[in-house]
Design a protein around this ligand. Structure first.
Ligand code: BES
Ligand code: ZN
Ligand code: ZN
Length: 503
């Protein structure tokens, strides 16, 4: 699908599908709605009544286009009230347009640059163009490695039509960015959608190498094998991997800008390529989607796929301690005590709480690079999904300002996130009788918070650190809105890229 930006009148475009936005009912007394209604010979208002279309965000109506238009179909999308048109609304509308075009095999879509109206607060043609294009590309995504595509006609062009020439120029800048960002998201989605059999730690490491070699000299990669990790005394990470036939691979990507970097940041992604639970084996129903347990790592790789093209003035390290978590005669046992690379001993009471063990060594490694900021992304706890549901990630941070900035970035990027506390009073819940700390809290409540507190033990106190638990939104069991279908979502790539660019 090619995304274009053109200056013009949306109703004069020739395309298979024209998409126009209208505000809610209270704002229907205007020239544009009159013009649309007239074109449709009064059917706009009549059918709106029949179908309860009130112009609310997310609502759509599809018409066969009248002969006076050079189009086959005309789609009207709701924008809500004048002051509530935001990036989320336009993203949803773009997703709906693409779904409709795909369903009816419409090859060319012309989409109004929504929000480009006098009086719309916060309208920014670049941001709106970026949001529309990102959602359109994400909605067009299909994972077809193992299944023949349905054979529907593909969308060839998706043209964003701006009334004003300057807006068109700005929107084009946004679209150029969106293409890079959405590519990064697709990289992450492909990695997560690939079954555990084919997405081994070795395969993940090879992908990191490919990304580095395709990025030119700004991106470098280092892969540590088992022996090298042993030398670094990564006893917690290696304990997870010891039950698997697959070799662990510790991935370290580095992006360095041409100019002196404004900040150094380390992104750490959980990279458990399959989480069976280990000897604390998961029940079948919970194990079914556990190929998604490297989604944090996939997001880090997705970010790196975009960095060399976005060229932010920030040094970025990407760290993924990739491993499988399997039961076997060599697997770690509940009750074992392992030692992480920062010297702390950990009593492993549940081998299914393996993510925090891999992250313990990955976070320590990240801190040794002396970055200003460390952010980890991890499908860490089922408790997080219980707390926030399937669409919202949890954010925990030792730095209030950093948390605020990440939340802002997530809002802008369209990925939902909510802050939870690193509550000191819960710290005794992870104290062990025989080791420095235990990997299973003494209470089953607040499982995401005790997991966050566990991770904090492996982060140096002089670094700003945030932890994002993406167990809910990383893998969609049902579509999330109009532009993320079932399966991997690539959650985190958009927010992290937005964050990096905001530094
Ligand atoms: N990978 C899981 C968490 C998870 C759950 C990710 C659902 C995605 C969707 C993690 O390794 C895990 O099993 N956590 C345990 C921790 C518990 C044993 C303390 C959990 O949440 O049940
Ligand atoms: Zn687990
Ligand atoms: Zn896991």
């Amino acid at each position: 699908m090619e995304i274009l930006v053109e200056k013009g009148d949306i109703l004069e475009q020739s395309a298979d599908l024209l998409v126009v936005g209208i505000y809610d009912k209270d704002n229907w007394e205007n020239v544009f709605v009159d013009r649309l209604n007239e074109l449709l010979e009064g059917r706009l208002k009549k059918l709106a009544k029949i179908h309860d279309f009130e112009g609310n965000p997310g609502q759509t109506m599809l018409f066969p286009a009248p002969k006076t238009l050079e189009a086959d179909y005309l789609m009207v999308v709701g924008l809500g009230s004048f002051d509530s048109v935001d990036l989320d609304t336009v993203r949803e509308a773009a997703g709906n347009a693409v779904q409709t075009a795909k369903k009816f095999g419409l090859g060319n879509v012309a989409f109004e640059l929504l929000g480009e109206d006098e009086g719309i607060q916060n309208f920014n043609a670049r941001a709106y163009g970026e949001a529309i294009a990102t959602a359109a590309i994400l909605a067009d995504y299909e994972f077809s490695t193992y299944k023949k595509p349905k054979g529907n006609k593909k969308i060839k062009t998706f043209s964003i039509i701006a009334e004003d020439g300057r807006d068109a120029n700005h929107a084009l800048r946004g679209v150029e960015k969106a293409i890079v960002i959405a590519d990064g998201v697709s990289v992450a989605r492909d990695l997560v959608n690939t079954p555990g059999k084919d997405m081994s730690p070795t395969r993940l490491a090879e992908t990191a190498e490919t990304i580095a070699s395709m990025s030119g000299r700004n991106v470098r990669v280092k892969i540590l094998n088992r022996e090298q990790c042993e030398k670094k005394k990564m006893g917690a990470y290696l304990a997870v991997s010891q039950g698997s036939e697959e070799e662990p691979k510790f991935i370290h990507l580095t992006y360095k800008p041409e100019k002196k970097a404004k900040k150094v940041i380390a992104l750490v992604g959980k990279g458990v390529t399959f989480d069976s639970g280990g000897l604390s084996l998961k029940p079948a129903d919970y194990m079914m989607t556990m190929k998604c347990d490297m989604a944090g790592g996939a997001a880090v790789l997705g970010v790196f796929a975009a960095l060399a093209r976005l060229k932010p003035n920030v040094e970025v390290h990407g760290i993924v301690a990739a491993t499988e978590n399997m039961p076997s005669g060599k697997a770690m046992r509940p009750g074992d005590v392992v030692r992480a690379s920062n010297g702390k001993s950990i009593e492993v009471l549940n081998t299914d709480a393996e993510g925090r063990l891999t992250l313990a060594d990955a976070l320590h490694y990240a801190c040794k690079l002396e970055p200003d900021i460390v952010i980890d992304l991890a499908t860490l706890t089922g408790a997080c999904v219980v707390a926030l549901g399937e669409e919202i990630a949890a954010l925990m941070s030792t730095d209030e300002k950093l948390a605020e900035k990440i939340l802002e970035s997530s809002l802008e990027a369209g990925e939902k996130m909510w802050e939870m506390p690193l509550e000191k009073r819960y710290r005794p819940l992870i104290e062990s009788d025989i080791a420095d700390i235990r990997n299973l809290a003494k209470s089953r409540y607040g499982g995401s918070l005790t997991a966050g507190l566990f991770l904090a033990e492996f982060v140096e106190s002089n670094v700003s650190w945030a932890h994002v638990d993406i167990a809910g939104p990383a893998f969609a069991e049902r579509p999330i809105g109009s532009y993320l279908q079932k399966g991997a979502t690539g959650y985190g790539v958009r927010t992290m890229l937005q964050f990096i660019q905001s530094l």
